[in-house]
Write a protein that binds this ligand. Sequence first.
Ligand code: SF4
Ligand code: MG
Length: 322
Amino acid sequence: DNELLKVKGLKKYFPISNGWFSSKEYVKAVDEVSFSVKKGETLSLVGESGCGKSTLGRLINGLIKADAGDIVFKGDNLAEASETKWRSYRKPMQMIFQDPYASLSPRMKIKEIIAEPLKIHDPSLSREEREAKVKSILEICGIDYYHSDKYPHEFSGGQRQRIGIARALILQPELIIADEPVSALDVSIQAQILNLLKKLQKDYQLTYLFISHDLSVVEHISDHVAVMYLGNIVEIAPREAIFEDPKHPYTKALLSSVPIPDPKLKRESIILKGEIPNAANPPKGCKFHTRCPLAMSICSKEIPIMKTVGDKQQMVACHLYQ
Ligand code: SF4
Ligand code: MG
C-alpha cells in the first residue's frame, strides 16, 4: 500500500519535576497512539491545548524521543533508528510552526533564511543554482523575489507564514508536519494560507500532518481527522464521517462550536462542563468522563477501547459503542 507514515503504540511520558527533584509521577502526554497516513493525504490531529498533539508532531519529527512505540516512515522504523538514520530523514520531513516570526531568524534576509537548509543538505549546489531555487520557491509561495533582500520584520504575519512554508519546501520534502500553522492569523489570511497549502499538496504530492485546536480550520484541508483528548486518540475517521456523523461525545462537543453556513442544518449542541483535567492526574476509565454529558457508570471504571463503528472506517473509543 502507499502508507507514507505509520505510528503504532506511540508513548511519551514526561516526569513531573518539582523544582529540586522529579517525582515518580508522569504526564502521559502521548499514550499508546496509533494511526497511519497515505502519501498525498492530510491527516489532521485536533484537540484542546494540552491534549498531546504538538508532542506527537515533535516525536514524529525526531525533535524528542519516544518512550515506546513505532514510527514507520517510508518503511523504516525511526523509533529504533540511529542518529545518522534520523538525520537522513531531516530532508523529507519538514515542519511549519504556528508563529513563523519566532522561527525565522530576525537578523537574516529572507533569501538567506530559505537558502540555509540547502547549504546544509545540498552543499554541492553552486551559488547561482541555490539562488535560482530560492527564487522559484518564494514565487511559488506567493512572495516576489524582489522582496528577498528584506528581513522577516518587514513582512506581515501571512507573508511570514508563506516564507516559513517556502523554507520547509526548499528541500522538496514528502511529509510536512504543520503545527497550528494558521492559528496566529486573521480569518481572511487563514483561508489564503490553507489554499496555498492545498495547492502545494496537489502540485507536489505532499503529505500533511496538520495539527490544530480548531475543527473549522481543518474542515477543508483534511482527508482524515484524529481527535485527541489527554494523550489518546478518541476518534479517527474520514473527514466526512467526522463532520457529518461524529460518534464520540468529545468530537460532537468540538463540532458544536463550528459554525455551519446553512442555517437550516443544525448540529447537536453540546456544552462541555469544566476545564480539561490535569494531565498528570487524569480521570480513571474514560478520561473524558468528568466532562461527558452522556457518561454512564461504566465510564469511570473501564477504559473504552478503539472500535470500528459503521461502514465508514470510523474508529471510536467510547462505551456507547461497545
Ligand atoms: Fe462519555 Fe462514557 Fe463515551 Fe467516555 S466512554 S465518551 S464518558 S459515554
Ligand atoms: Mg500545541
